[in-house]
Design a protein. Structure first.
Length: 388
């Protein structure tokens, strides 16, 4: 069995992954939203379910909210509820993609009144952040156009900058804005924030409290995502991850499911760039569990991240650097692949037991009976996000 060094175990001990509240609600495609028994009926129940993931893994102490999906009358109550369940409230995600007024844009809209409405929504999110104790306001914009000539690309970029500046100016001293990019969907011809370069250009001119969010599912097939991770870390502008995996487009599948090797390569660059356990970077999941059970789906996800982190930490960096310096192409590649092919699961299971956790968190959760209890107790669970 591979053993993990004390240094590696210390690094793993500090790992913290933020869960998306919406992963616990029903979601689907534009074709169908399937109902799962036991689905939370409100944000309080979503937090209770998220706390189960942390209970069995000790990897997920923070839960991100999406506004208005998680709007409650009193956010201080929700915060207290989270703390009572052993977790914290984290990133606040804004939503300008489900409102009629935003058909032709929100922060980029031609009409100043519509832009103001969208800015005001973000200011409201900042108010929420003060109550929840959240640091980050995460903005993803569904804005763009479908046909060449439909929109003035340059004008929209200028308006975006002005709108973001107004939001940025409202941030408190310890608050940040993270701007997420996505190459297409729902707009199919152009998107206003399609890539890391645009996000970087926008946040760089806002100031130090503005960073880029990298959602792993938001790139064209074949994109070298770890290169982007390296570059943003190098520039000091990587604010957060939205982890998930994709086969085709924005699939939102379990992180590491489609391509564990890509996750390994990303985490290697995170470690190389000083990003692991760096409080400046939020390691978030952004996933939907459309056909599988949601709590086990999230447990599987955080374990996948932990597993690939452990493998990436196993890379013999000295041997790798020596091989790189001497131009030993295949030697360098072999050092890299040796770490990737190492099965760390038995060592992680043993380590979990040494910390009073079950060796197999998936099995322990299944045996706990929690799923049956919520299925019996909760009727009419909420739909959290996409779909009809
Ligand atoms: C957009 C996105 C963004 C949203 C989330 C629900 O595709 O990745 O982060 O907030 O999905
Ligand atoms: Mn995302
Ligand atoms: Mn997405």
């Amino acid at each position: 069995m591979t053993t993990l060094s004390p240094e590696i175990l210390t690094a793993l001990e500090q790992q913290a992954i933020e869960l998306p509240s919406w992963a616990f609600g029903n979601s689907g495609t534009r074709f169908k939203v399937f109902q799962t028994p036991g689905t939370p009926r409100d944000p309080f129940e979503k937090i209770a379910d998220a706390a189960q993931v942390h209970k069995y893994t000790r990897l997920a102490p923070v839960v991100a909210l999406h506004i208005p999906w998680d709007k409650v009358e009193n956010f201080a109550d929700l915060r207290k509820h989270a703390e009572d369940h052993g977790v914290e409230l984290g990133t606040i995600n804004s939503n300008t993609f489900q409102d009629e007024d935003y058909k032709f844009g929100a922060l980029t809209h031609e009409d100043a009144a519509v832009r103001q409405k969208a800015i005001d929504h973000h200011l409201e999110c900042i108010d929420v952040m003060h109550e929840t104790g959240s640091r980050d306001l995460k903005i993803w914009l569904a804005e763009g156009s479908n046909y060449p000539g439909q929109a003035d690309l340059r004008g929209r970029q200028d308006r975006l900058q002005e709108s973001l500046q107004q939001i940025y100016d409202r941030l408190g001293d310890n608050q940040r804005l993270v701007l997420e990019y996505k190459f297409f969907e729902p707009a199919f011809y152009h998107t206003d924030v399609p890539d890391w370069g645009t996000s970087y250009a926008q946040v760089a001119s806002l100031g130090e409290k503005a960073m880029v969010c990298l959602d792993t599912g938001h790139h064209a097939p074949g994109t070298n995502i770890e290169f982007i991770v390296m570059q943003l870390l190098r520039l000091g502008k990587l604010g957060s991850f939205d982890f998930n995996s994709r086969f085709y487009a924005d699939d939102d599948l379990i992180v590491g499911a489609a391509d564990p090797f890509q996750l390994f390569r990303i985490l290697f660059e995170v470690i190389r760039g000083g990003g692991l356990n760096n409080p400046e970077i939020a390691f978030m999941l952004d996933q939907c569990h459309n056909v599988e059970e949601k709590i086990p789906g999230q447990i599987r996800s955080v374990l996948n991240v932990q597993e690939m982190t452990a493998r990436a930490l196993l890379v013999d960096r000295d041997a790798l650097a020596a091989a790189q310096r001497s131009g030993d192409v295949l030697g360098a590649n072999a050092v890299f692949m040796d770490a990737f092919y190492t099965d760390v699961r038995p060592a992680l299971a043993q380590w979990r037991e040494s910390r009073g956790l079950a060796a197999d968190p998936m099995a322990a959760f299944a045996a706990s009976g929690y799923q049956n209890t919520i299925a019996a107790d909760r009727v009419g669970g909420v739909q959290s996000s996409w779909g009809a």
